[in-house]
Write a protein that binds this ligand. Sequence first.
Ligand code: ADP
Ligand code: MG
Length: 489
Amino acid sequence: MDPRYEAVIGLEIHVQLLTASKIFSAAATRYGAEPNRQVSFVDAALPGTLPVLNREAVTAAIRFGLAVGGKIARSSRFARKHYFYPDLPKGYQISQYDQPIISGGGLTIRTDRGEKRIRLIRAHLEEDAGKSLHEDFHGMSGIDLNRAGTPLLEIVTAPDLSTPTEAALFARALHTLVRWIGICDGNLQEGSFRIDANVSVRPRGETRLGTRREIKNLNSFRFLEQAIAYEIDWQIEALTAGQTIEQATVLFDPHRGETRVMRSKEEAHDYRYFPDPDLLPLIIDEEWIEVERCQLPELPDALRARLIADHALPEADAHLLTSDKGLADFYLAAVACTGVSHAKSCANWLLVEILGRLHKENRSITEAPLTPQQLADLVLRIADGTISSAAGKRLLAAWWSGDPRSVDSLIADLDLAQMRDTALIDRLVAEAIAAHPKAVAEYRAGKEKALNTLVGAVMKASQGKANPQEVRDRLLAALIAEDSSPPLS
Ligand code: ADP
Ligand code: MG
């Protein structure tokens, strides 16, 4: 990117709320139903029907407002936003305009250059439209109204983001948060979390904003980054060629890696917004907010800080553990069994071994065939020297394949207990030294790594049951003793 320019980015994110029924009707919101099976008269806009607001959608918005430290309007209202499209049977979308339910608040992202606070302008409730289906139809389009009336929270950031990476970091942090507080399933493929990116560029140092173009409907963090990067380059190229940027709405084509103009930008007056006369003002009392405040879980940022301060975890571990509530809950449940002095070990086993296995099997933490109690058992048996970590992996493998036996039965039945017989270890050490003269010579010549060959040999001879640290200590002792003894005649 041309260093004479800088980019300015603001995101608008549509979060589909996890309610059982729609925002203004009783029809179900389940994804993937047969087309037009979840459509009430209200969703189909039959004359004479009236919308009734779903309390759960409001609750979700309140939770979000609390989580981002925003202002929750005690009174807000719905507006009609008019546009014509076949999948919008009323001819208008019910949204919020001049009085959104949430305003302000923010979210902190962690970049390579430190923390950055991204401000939110607003978050408002609205209904989703239906879907137009173009595949499988020849010379016509299909209309599926199952999605019509699904509750959305549209979250709008201030233009505080400066790079594609920052935009992706923010989107991920928001994605974590809405799942964390249980208001959205976060399924990007199914469209539960859709991102629009507003991008402009300006000469570095300029304080006025440049003209923006809005990239619509990005449904992956990778595409978000790619699309913004492309758009920034495109705009800078246009400006350096002496052109002016026209405000527009564009689409990103992931196959070509390009953005294309979809329509010139519409203005608010194009939508003929006015308050919806069918809906009363939305009044929220203190009690409702307090109930939600009490039920809100500890948030990712607070937990992350606690894991670093009280659990003495490195930042990277704390960051990973708080990227997903299921993961954090699993970790906390395990540490509740082991005590906080084993926190690092629990985190290691969870983040490396367990996540590694889940990743390979494309499963989430809630589908792990292992309980936090089992993780705790394993960590404690390693900590007290009963088993080695190699044996720990075998325990894990047994539980993973559904073995119901307890930690101690497995240790006994699979003969996993660590070798405690020092005389035997010393014998294996002597044998290893005799069998690997080259490694011994290298070690004596100053190549410290050669010691690993010897440790490995002893570990193998002990069938993994010796304690590697003990083996190392005994080996060193034996080598020093040999050094100081008179040469064999
Ligand atoms: P509209 O009313 O057209 O939707 P808003 O003022 O609500 O416009 O802004 C929509 C989004 O665009 C917000 O995320 C905002 O931060 C962002 N935005 C506004 N102006 C610019 C700009 N010049 N460059 C980049 N982003 C911008
Ligand atoms: Mg907007």
